[in-house]
Every structure is written in C-alpha cells, then in structure tokens.
Design a protein. Sequence first.
Length: 95
Amino acid sequence: MRSLLNKLYLASGYLSGFSIALITLITVAQIVGRIIGFIVLSAEDFSGYSLAAATVSGLAYTFREGCHIRRPLVIQPGGKGERYFRCFQRLVLAV
C-alpha cells in the first residue's frame, strides 16, 4: 500500500510540473499570437485551471517530501539565515 501511495505522490508531483509547463506554453502562445495577429481563445481560463491543478497536485508531493515549496528558496536548514528568518516570523506574528 505504501509503495502505491509513493507512486501516486510522485505522479502528482509530475502533474504539478506539467501544469506549470502548460502555463508557460500558453503564455508563449499568447505572446507569439499577438505578434502574428492570432488570438488564443480562453487562454486565461486554461492558465487559471492549470494554476489550480499545479497548486493542488503539488501539495501531496511536497508534503511527502517533508518540505514546503518556498522554504528551500529562503533559508537553508540549520544555517544563520534560518535563525534570522524565524525571529522575523515571530516578530511579524506578534504584531
């Protein structure tokens, strides 16, 4: 059962990545379409659906891996930055 769940989590991570790539392709299609005079119909709708799919499907994968999506970009675990960041968090929450 655990191996099936791990495969499902991994598939949701790939689905999230695919959704982000789809948003990029839609945006590029809109840019190229404006240059050559072509309108991409419902591009905003499809981008919104892809954003929702990327967010929801990415949650299971990041939870399984034990990290948050933005955490590694801000601080490195155990470093000086982590201490300052946690102090800043507490200050903001106290206000």
